[in-house]
Design a binder for this molecule. Sequence first.
Ligand SMILES: Cc1ncc(COP(=O)(O)O)c(C=O)c1O
Length: 341
Amino acid sequence: MTEKPDPFTVPFGTIFCDWMTTARADDGPYVYGGVAEPFGDFSISPAAHVLHYGSAIFEGLKAHRQVDGSLAIFRLDSHVARMVASAERLRLPAIDGDVLYQMSIDAVEANSGEVPDPPGSLYIRPTLIGTEPDIGAAARPTRSALLYVVNCPVGDYFKGGVRPLTLLVETEIPRTVPQFGMVKCGGNYAMALAPTLDAMAGNEAIDQMLFATGGDITETGASNFFLADDERVVTRHLDESFLHGVTRSSVIELAASLGYEVEERSIDPEELVEWAERGEAFLSGTAAVLAPVGTILYEGKTLTVGDGQPGSNTMRLRQALVDIQIGAAPDPFGWRTPVKG
Ligand SMILES: Cc1ncc(COP(=O)(O)O)c(C=O)c1O
């Protein structure tokens, strides 16, 4: 294993494990050799479809060192299913879910010596790009593609660990186009970049932008959004306009099992004013885990959520989720996939 910096001292996702898995499709199914190979650069044609027409999708999930020393991937099936769906939506060569499932396990097992102890974890990044060299294929899908899985040892996503975040509510500019919000494709992130940077310019306190296009709160640029109090959790109902977070669905199932009423519905940003006075807000995501929101900037107003500190329901749900992820609690929903290492 090559020497690497402590993941808690470098930005999330900037150091990579020694091994990766790859599979190529060339006018047919993906061919996967069944073994990990050294992490390294690829060679693709300058005319590759992805470089011109954006045929790129990805996933993000994690493997966690368990309290008994073993290793498990969190909600592998759900992430594989979402990637299969993303490939369909971008008309990339269809992914066989079983192949991606195995490629993810093989990569993690090859890199198992690099998994940091909790609260660190091993981030898993399956990626699929269109490689057909044809710049005339603007209105045609790529026939060849490269599917690969790389891993990063990671610490905290947000600088400073678990701390109350500051969100800026954006009611005009959408994150992406409505019918593509649920697709995990690079283009969505590219589209969100300029408006996010412009809106956040000059205010370093802002951690994320909360998209509420036309008065309809959906998600931030990298996580889903929840409101909570002692009785309920509230989050946006599913449609095509935003990413169906795997953590979001985990929080919903967990909250229901802990006796919370779960409301999946539209959330008007005007609600935030009243909610901030008496409730809690948090973000959910693979990278963010479950991150408390302390301040919301909305139409020139600064809303302090509760006392501005992480709320008790937020931290209870976070702990329940983390306990399942790291094997400190039973796994009643079947979310852990044990792997060797
Ligand atoms: C735009 C966006 N929304 C929501 C999420 C949360 O999804 P998940 O919980 O599956 O990580 C992410 C993270 O992947 C994201 O990028």
